[in-house]
Design a protein. Structure first.
Length: 309
């Protein structure tokens, strides 16, 4: 199994971006309103800016890709404003203390992963600091293989932030590209499970063998998008519903042939598996169910191989 986890509001119960910079000069607060203004202008002028304008997956992907300009301007403002000049990744303890995780992350999920070191578990985030996420994962005692995220540029001599944010993962399109690299590196047929909470996660949720939608509230934005785009029938509501569907639907697919935009658009709705969980107590139960399916499929393949020999 390849398990790919979003960070903010998927593992954590809140957005942690504001905790990354040191809080002198207001941290990121001075940059929030200009970002919201840019986003509002982009939304009002783009032909796909309104939710009701996006009724197909292709339109939704086009919209997500269009947000790269808004995100790029935000990074430029933060860099030029010096919010990360002198940033010290070794002095995060006071801000790490403010991270709150969803129920089950530090218990059920952590224990499950600890017992399954053979599973590749990656965190994939549009967050601005890989180092911050890594420190947060250590704090949560959550075993992971790698973190794919943006980062603050650090001066090689001083070890402090130069002020520049190195950002390559900003949109859902970027996340799909990065997950594709992980799938290629996996190198063999395997279940791909992606967990996320927002519209930025939607491409990866749909491309994976199973997409886990972390949504304490049934009316979350990504669930509304899933329903608007016609994938509502593919969404199980909780682990019990998911397990019931495993008994009646076609088998879960292992590694897809590709996870790029073209392959995602070509993917049949009948091959999409989504499940909403309210927390990681339930999310871990879903992982256990997927693991059982994967083990059963592997056993059947071995039996078929013996029969042909």
């Amino acid at each position: 199994m390849l398990l790919v986890l979003d960070w903010d509001e998927t593992l954590t119960s809140h957005d942690t971006l504001s905790l990354i910079p040191e809080q002198h000069n207001g941290g990121l607060k001075p940059y929030v309103q200009p970002y919201l203004d840019d986003l509002a202008e982009h939304t009002s002028t783009h032909p796909l800016g309104k939710d009701e304008d996006r009724t197909s997956l292709e339109q939704q992907l086009d919209w997500l890709a269009s947000l790269s300009d808004v995100e790029g301007k935000s990074v430029q403002r933060v860099t030029e404003g010096g919010a990360f000049i002198g940033w010290d990744h070794t002095k995060l303890d006071d801000r790490l203390d403010q991270i709150s995780f969803h129920p089950g992350v530090q218990t059920d999920l952590s224990s499950w992963l600890e017992q399954r070191r053979g599973i590749t578990t990656n965190v994939l985030s549009v967050s601005w600091s890989k180092a911050f996420i890594q420190a947060g994962l250590r704090r949560a005692k959550l075993p992971t293989s790698a973190v794919y995220a943006n980062d603050v540029e650090v001066d090689s001599e001083t070890g402090k932030g130069t002020g520049k944010v190195i950002r390559k993962i900003a949109t859902g399109t970027d996340k799909l590209r990065e997950m594709g690299k992980m799938v290629d590196e996996a190198g063999k047929a395997t279940m791909i499970v992606y967990a996320g909470d927002s519209n930025t996660d939607l491409p990866c949720l749909l491309a994976a063998s199973v997409g886990i939608v972390v949504a304490p509230n049934e009316g979350s934005g990504v669930i509304k998008t899933i329903q608007r785009l016609g994938y509502g029938e593919s969404l199980a509501n909780g682990c019990e519903d998911f397990e019931a569907r495993l008994r009646t639907r076609a088998p879960l697919a292992t590694k897809p042939s590709d996870t790029d935009r073209q392959a995602l658009l070509a993917k049949s709705r009948s091959d999409v598996w989504l499940v909403r969980v309210k927390d990681w107590v339930e999310g871990t139960r879903v992982l256990e169910a997927v693991e059982r399916v994967e083990l059963d499929q592997a056993a059947m393949e071995r039996s078929a191989g013996v029969a042909l020999a």
